[in-house]
Design a protein around this ligand. Structure first.
Ligand SMILES: C[C@@](CO)(OP(=O)(O)O)[C@H](O)COP(=O)(O)OP(=O)(O)OC[C@H]1O[C@@H](n2ccc(N)nc2=O)[C@H](O)[C@@H]1O
Ligand SMILES: Nc1ncnc2c1ncn2[C@@H]1O[C@H](COP(=O)(O)OP(=O)(O)O)[C@@H](O)[C@H]1O
Length: 282
């Protein structure tokens, strides 16, 4: 038995860091949405208990460090599964980019193996299991567009955002999400924007969505990595409706409503950075 799943990237339309928690995570409120840039995850059931992984992109670990392997092993252990699986990931999402590629692969493995191993685990339980792997995995299990709270694992699905193109540009910068959060000093005076972002999206108000784009981690990453600021400046100069860094970075995304303008933005960025994608909001 086999199955093949798309594992889409996410962007954060808003990201409020509320406060640091005793468990060293940060309480957040974020509006997340998936975009039409996806890895393909192919799963084959095996009767031996082994979990095997291969990945199309050279630099990713194919052992226990890969979130896809962690997802399969966690599911196998928690539900006493005797079967195993071979996993192949055709990697299209830039790695360590703030686009949750690894989390989305893990979510696809949970959903696919739930079918192949005939476990019938409801989505909510699968998402809770995913949150043990990483804070973004619950959202990736649900998919679509959602308000995420807690450390990111409490998911409330919302309406899809108004249609738009998204230009993604990832400068060649390696950063760690943990380090960016560590440098973050939450400001209790700052009003969170995620509830307003939900309202804008639910009422289909594209202009308000653009106006409200906000990410509390952005200033932290921009202060350490001027390349990310340059990409954001370039994005704004090229005529996007609004631009923001996704997650902890370093990818910057620009929203563009008019299809006729997407090419110009894409080309302006391509002259500046190699890793550029023009896709649609899902
Ligand atoms: C910033 C965000 C926004 O969507 O995404 P990315 O930039 O990773 O895509 C997420 O909050 C990242 O989620 P994820 O990448 O799953 O992080 P995790 O593996 O759970 O945590 C990595 C590290 O980040 C810190 N962390 C993470 C989440 C959170 N709410 N508070 C934190 O302080 C912790 O130090 C943790 O050890
Ligand atoms: N299947 C996977 N795809 C991408 N990265 C993975 C995967 N499994 C583990 N990782 C590791 O997870 C880290 C974060 O990767 P990724 O999920 O792409 O980015 P982000 O957390 O910034 O959204 C990287 O250091 C990478 O080596």
């Amino acid at each position: 038995m086999k199955c093949s799943l798309r594992a889409p990237a996410k962007i954060n339309l808003s990201l409020d860091v509320l406060h640091k928690r005793p468990d060293n995570f940060h309480e957040v409120a974020m509006v997340m949405t998936q975009v039409d840039l996806a890895d393909r995850v192919e799963l084959t059931r095996s009767e031996s208990s082994q979990i095997r992984l291969s990945v199309s992109a050279g630099l990713l670990p194919e052992d226990h460090r890969n979130l896809a392997i962690q997802a399969a092993r966690l599911l196998q252990k928690r539900y006493d599964v005797t079967a195993g699986a071979s996993i192949f990931i055709d990697k299209k999402i830039p790695v360590a980019a703030g686009l949750a590629g690894g989390s989305s692969d893990a979510a696809a493995v949970l959903k696919g193996l739930n079918e192949l191993w005939e476990l019938n685990i409801p989505l909510e339980k699968l998402a809770a299991l995913g949150s043990e792997i990483g804070s973004d995995v619950s959202f990736c299990v649900h998919g679509g567009t959602a308000l995420a709270t807690g450390r990111g694992e409490v998911i409330e699905p919302i309406a899809a955002p108004p249609a738009a193109w998204v230009v993604l540009a990832k400068p060649p910068v390696g950063l760690s999400t943990g380090d960016i959060y560590k440098q973050m000093k939450p400001n209790p005076e700052k009003e969170p924007v995620s509830n307003k972002m939900v309202e804008a999206i639910e009422s289909g108000d594209y202009k308000a969505m653009c106006r409200l784009l906000s990410n509390d981690l952005e200033s932290v990453t921009l202060a350490s990595y001027p390349e990310v600021r340059q990409i954001k400046d370039r994005m704004i100069e090229s005529g996007v409706d609004a631009a923001l860094m996704s997650g902890s970075g370093p990818t910057v995304f620009g929203l563009v409503e008019k299809e006729s303008r997407v090419h110009r933005v894409y080309n302006a960025l391509r002259g500046f950075c190699e890793d550029v994608h023009a896709v649609r909001l899902l």
